[in-house]
Design a binder for this molecule. Sequence first.
Ligand code: NDP
Length: 487
Amino acid sequence: MRAQPKASHYVNGSYLDDAQGAELASIHPATGEPIALLRAATPNVVELAMEAARAAQPAWARLKPVERGRILRRAADILRARNDELSQLETLDTGKPIQETTVADAASAADALEFFAGAIAVYNGEMVDLGGPFGYTRREPLGVCVGIGAWNYPIQVAGWKSAPALAMGNAMVFKPSENTPLSALALAEVYSEAGLPDGLFNVVQGYGDVGSALVSHPLTAKVSVTGSVPTGRKVLGLAGSQMKHATMELGGKSPLIVFDDADLENAIGGAMLGNFYSSGQVCSNGTRVFVQRGLHDRFLERLAARTKNIRIGDPFDPETQMGPLISKAQHEKVLAYIETGKSEGATLVCGGNVPSLQGFEGGFFVEPTVFSGVTDTMTIAREEIFGPVMSVLSFDEEDEVIARANGTEFGLAAGVFTRDLPRAHRVVREMQAGTCWINAYNLTPVELPFGGYKQSGIGRENALAALGHYSQVKSVYVETGDVESPY
Ligand code: NDP
């Protein structure tokens, strides 16, 4: 299978390559075989992309918001019309099952484009009565914004960043993860087809060094990163030293709390979604599942039974429910965490092995894995694994579980399953997390802001909050009388 794009980068409305760039191979994670060979951006490519963005942005910002929105809306329609083709590309590049990519990737990017296409028309400043004189505020774009993406939801991340940036009147230069370079190029083509003027959405490929070249470029006004906490720290430090705006969507080790009175099957369904979807490569996953003592054993028994039924295999088979991890490096990392879990004394309930799948021997598969008897201090309960590894911990009291759930440097998300609604609201109020779910897990509609507390990030994506992070406020004072001057 091949998915070779016309060229590596998309700059100023056209594909572009530079043979001097370092080789960058895209691998199909289910087989380990290359599907495309690209090149990382050279300084020349970065310069062309930044300059194209700078040149295109002012005219775009002067359009009526509703006119910018119309183009985004058209792009959303094209994404939806091409959903099958884009889902196949995403499955090839990420290894995620086609039953997931069909509903969660290009479709989610389309939702973002559609939402911001409408929202921008009503996103205005304020009028302030000053008792005679008055003031008003204008929300103005920042200029050239840089987006840097992770590999778990490549087109979704590109859409979540570019839609509010463009709606607000900015231009964007986007760097996908080196593991998943393909679908951002497809999104760039869609934007062009929808009528987005050249230079407003550019894609450059590369490793971390290209990311930092973009962040430190003098034309960059803002950077938005989706990635790990260590990368976020580096980028935020660099952006901060140059006084640039920054949004950080980083990792997590989120708690999912199941009380005795919860609906058992729903709670298990939520825990499985929050640990095994996308082979566990989801930033907001509820990887610390706290189950109250009275339900604990029944929970584990049913969880193990349902987990053993997960169909793992060829991601292109519509029946497949779990595909491989993204890369050999991630595969090794997740297997090492499983060994650490065992050696630190957690009980392996199910999974933990590399499945033998005929025809996919070179793939990066790991069985869905559940550990019980996990304590707060174990490595698997503290560090983000980013693989299909669930830790089940038991608890007795509400106060106790709140303290333990918050006992982490991360704060991306939290979930609670209970039939006691006052308790549900009481508990989520105490959670130090940017997104909380009650009797659900891992749903991230574009209408709700998404982002982290503590080390999990700064700023928000989605909802009107994202428009705030892609704009700056200008205050205007208007005098309606004479100037009172002592001179
Ligand atoms: P990384 O942090 O390794 O990389 C993220 C992006 O940053 C990649 O494009 C990477 O390029 C780039 N990058 C790396 N170093 C630098 C640098 N010094 N300057 C600028 N850019 C740099 O994350 P992963 O791709 O491994 O993604 C997994 C992580 O992302 C997990 O921790 C996960 O929790 C988090 N994540 C967070 C989400 C959220 O919304 N909060 C959503 C999805 C994932 P390259 O890949 O080429 O090295």
